[in-house]
Design a protein around this ligand. Sequence first.
Ligand code: ZN
Length: 283
Amino acid sequence: MRLANLAGRLVIVDGDSAIDVERASVGVFSADPQLVYERWDEFLDWARRTRLPAGESYDPARLGSPAPSPRQIFAVGLNYRDHVDEVGLAHDVPVVFTKYVSSIAGPYEDIPHPGGEVDWEVELVVVLGRGGRRIPAEEGWTHVAGVTIGQDISERVTQHAGATPQFSLGKSFPKFAPMGPVLVTPDELADPDDLALETVVNGETMQRSRTSSMIAAVGPLIAQLSSVTTLLPGDAIFTGTPSGVGLGMVPPRFLGVGDEIVTRIEGIGELRNRVVAGDVIGA
Ligand code: ZN
């Protein structure tokens, strides 16, 4: 199943059409796309048992993030071996930080340039349908509602200002977390642990890899995070980026106003975001 947030309402996407969940369920399920994760098992059961009405055509420009307001966003740094090598930070344990919820954007929204050094990072994002603590790695996927595409847009000057890197702040400017266009349930994917992903900037391929190259795959990541924190339904996990970020290039390359970022993951679709003039840091 493919779910989306159409102008703030939860829809099931069927080809080029969308079925409004609140109307199709006669109010049993809320229109709020974030609330479905609280009742995920019940929702799956309803969707399986119900003869859904025909969908209606829709304008993709009205899509928002399929998880617009998670209570927690986890983001994982240095989780692809080639990316670890490119930035020269060898380690054994993935680095965990957050992107603040206010940075979430829709799949086709513009990204205001805050000044500094703005970089791209394609990432598989998993959204949880079940929370928990001390979840074994082999049960990790059973806690996932679905996967979507994320861009972990990063401003490197802010990220590196201070005595230690502060990933969370440098990656949380407004619209720095575009997500979408749909949430795909894992059963739709032949192997959810092996998906091609890429970032293309102004037509030039910058990143191209497969999620099977992660150091800690989705199951082990969920185990690691839940060994410390309590995971909650609707939480989003940005699972890290492969090599090809601008910071790792010689010389480094960053995004400017007018640039277009296309972010693709196999079996999910693509994000399309343009960088626009914005409020500059410190102004
Ligand atoms: Zn990242």
